[in-house]
Every structure is written in C-alpha cells, then in structure tokens.
Design a protein around this ligand. Sequence first.
Ligand code: ADP
Ligand code: MG
Ligand code: MG
Length: 201
Amino acid sequence: MLDAEFFRRWLTATAALVDREAARLTELDSAIGDADHGANLQRGFTAVTEALAKDAPDTPGAVLVLAGGQLISKVGGASGPLYGTLLRRTGKELGDAAEVTPGQFAAAFAAGVEAVARLGGAQAGDKTMLDALEPAVAALGASTDTFATARDAAGQGARDTVPLRARKGRASYLGERSIGHEDPGAASSALLLTALAGAVA
Ligand code: ADP
Ligand code: MG
Ligand code: MG
C-alpha cells in the first residue's frame, strides 16, 4: 500500500532530481524553446516541497492536490498548469483514502495524464511531455515492480522525441528545426518517473 509519506517522498525526490538536472532541462529548452524549463520546474517543485513541509497533508490525494496547486500557481510557463493538472487530477481520483494500492495509483495517474492531453490538446507523437508520460501509463500496473518499468519506458519515450517534429507548445514555432532535439518536458517527465521508482522502499 502507498500512503501519504510515499507520495511526499516521490515529490521531494522529484524536486531533488529537478535541482540536479535543471541545467540540462534548460539547455534542452534553449535548443527548441525559451531556455526556462529548468528554472520553471525548480521554482515549482521548491514551492511543492515547502508547502508539503508546512501543511503536512495526511492522505495521498491531499498530497497530490496540494502539490498540483503549487505548480499551477507558481510556474509561469506552459509546464506549470500541465504538471499541476497531472498531479491535481491524479490526487482527486484517489479521493480521501489513507492508503492506495499501486493499481489504484496507476488508474489515477492514467486519468491525470488524460487530463494533461485534454488541457494541452496534444497527443503522443507531438513531441511533448506526453511522449514520456503515456508510455509510463502503459507500463504501470498492479504492483510497485511496474514502477521501474514505467521509469524506463518514460526515459525511452523522452529519448524517442529527438527525431520528432514539435506540434504543440513553443517548440512547434520552429517547425522542421525542432527535429533533432529531445523535448525538455518529456525529459522532465522521465525525472518524475525516476523519482517514483526511487520512492518505492
Ligand atoms: P514554456 O514553453 O511556456 O516556456 P516550459 O519551458 O516550462 O514552458 O515547458 C515546455 C514543455 O512543456 C515542452 O517541452 C512540452 O513538453 C510541454 N508542453 C508545451 N505545450 C504543451 C502542450 N500543449 N501539451 C503538452 N505538453 C506541452
Ligand atoms: Mg520554456
Ligand atoms: Mg517560458
């Protein structure tokens, strides 16, 4: 079973990975965007860890809804509302249960990713975070063993964005010139899944 502490561990580990990889995320965004993805997520996940420490929500759903709200309100870029929606929607799906099964989490996360696709109007192959998130959803299942598979699928999905042409977001303004670069949001989604797999005790 996964409790509030598990989800706190996941998001705190994501914040640490974002800090460590901020320069790389910004470098990816400088190639096909406006060079702020690292800073955007650092600001957002710093706010997430601070809010979690201050409010100490005691259910998985409350942890994720609080974190999502922070990302929506503290990140100016496109990624803030998208990641915020991902976490908020996942959290709302989990309701007020004190603990959830990996399978319940997998279903809730799938609904969260679907909400991201709806909000951004993007689909797999558009060279966005969805190219890492959707393979992760496909890999997540009833046991925490699947979290490592989802991590690997997200990493592969991010690398597979290199030859794609961006059809959504800022990178789409570049047209053909977006080809040949990894999507920054797909790269950060891979970090989110790396942290998830790492949060399994
Ligand atoms: P901004 O582009 O506003 O500067 P960020 O640099 O923080 O925001 O985030 C850019 C990332 O957001 C992209 O690499 C992409 O993965 C993701 N993104 C942008 N637009 C969309 C969209 N419509 N749907 C899904 N993801 C998107
Ligand atoms: Mg940007
Ligand atoms: Mg920006």
